[in-house]
Each structure stands twice: as C-alpha cells, then as structure tokens.
Write a protein of this length. Structure first.
Length: 203
C-alpha cells in the first residue's frame, strides 16, 4: 500500500477535502492502470466518449481545443498532480478538448466500469472518490469563473488588438467549463485564428 503513498499525499495536497485519508487514495490508484506515456502522445481526443478517468501523477499535459474554424488551438497546460477528464466521465459525455502529453507523464487510468462501480460504492473508497471529484470540480469551476470574469470584462470594451486574446480566453473558459462549450462558442466574437504549432497538432 505504501507504493502510491507519496502520490496520494500530493493528490490530496492539490485537491484537499475534510477527513481525507491517504490510504483511501492509494486504494483508488491501485484500482487503476499505471501508464508511463512519452511526450507528444494523445491521451484523450475531443469528441470521443469518455471511457477513462486519469490521475496525472507526474509530468505535464497540454489541452488542445478545435475551434469553430477547425483549427486545433492550445488553451493551456495542466501539471501533476491532478485529475483529468473527470467532468466528462461522470455522465459519459463526449470530450470537449483533447489532451496531449507535453512531457513524459505518469498516469493512473481508471476505466469506466471501475469508476462506475467505485463512485457508487458505500465504503471509504467510494466516499474518497466522490470527495476527490468534488474537490477537483470545485477548483475547476473557480478557475473557469475567473476566466469568464476576464472574458466579460474584456468584452465590455473590445478593440481590434484584443480580439485574439478575447478568443483565447473564450476557448480556455469553455475548456474549463466543459458543459458550456456550445454556449460560449455562440457568444464568441469574430477574430483571426492562428494554427497550432506543428508539435502540438493532432493527427
């Protein structure tokens, strides 16, 4: 059980909740599949139905979103330790962004059947998973809200030079608030787009 203790401690430091027990997080990680993934690998792809929850234990990933013009645009980076894909897997929604490894990463991938069983489990593991999800989603909502505030402030007095920055904020906010993607894109102002750098383009 000590194998994942350091990773469990780091996850709880990043996503704390009341009465957290690292041994419960260790059990969750043991129920997942450990994978070391090289750089420039697609971890999950926009438009796919979510079939795994990822615990990012080491490394950095890039979040890439396809805009209405069909261009893949980087909207941010995510650093370990954290959860990836938690919003989509809860209701088996389609991914609203793609995630690529920006470095060699270590992830614990929890398949949908395991996640579905654990999240309904009445014992300490199920409670730990539900609380970890809630903590992670709360932080994601706070970050998304902050970006929306910046977006609304910029939209109140747009100018030609701020157009691309405003669109970037729109893409980042929609990536954080996955369920609002379509609404945010409908509100998006017209702006020129730039193609994704070659090393982050999706195949």
């Amino acid at each position: 059980m000590s194998h994942f203790r350091a990773e469990a401690d780091l996850l709880l430091a990043a996503h704390p909740y009341v009465d957290a027990d690292p041994s419960d997080i260790v059990e969750l990680l043991q129920a997942a599949t450990l994978r070391e993934i090289p750089p420039a690998t697609v971890l999950c792809r926009q438009g796919e139905v979510a079939d795994e929850l990822y615990f990012l234990l080491r490394g950095t990933v890039a979040v890439v979103k396809r805009d209405p013009e069909g261009l893949d645009r980087p909207i941010g980076e995510v650093h370990a330790p954290t959860l990836i894909g938690q919003m989509a897997i809860i209701d088996r929604a389609r991914r609203t962004a793609s995630v690529l490894t920006a470095s060699t990463v270590l992830v614990a991938a929890m398949a949908w059947p395991t996640f579905h069983a654990l999240v309904r489990e009445p014992g300490s593991r199920g409670l730990a998973l539900r609380r970890l999800l809630l903590s992670s989603l709360t932080r994601q909502l706070v970050a998304g809200t902050a970006r929306l505030r910046a977006l609304l402030a910029a939209g109140a007095h747009p100018d030609p030079q701020s157009g691309l920055e405003l669109r970037d904020e729109m893409m980042r906010a929609s990536g954080l608030l996955e369920g609002w993607t379509d609404d945010l894109q409908r509100a998006e102002p017209g702006a020129d787009t730039q193609p994704l750098p070659r090393d982050l383009r999706l195949a």
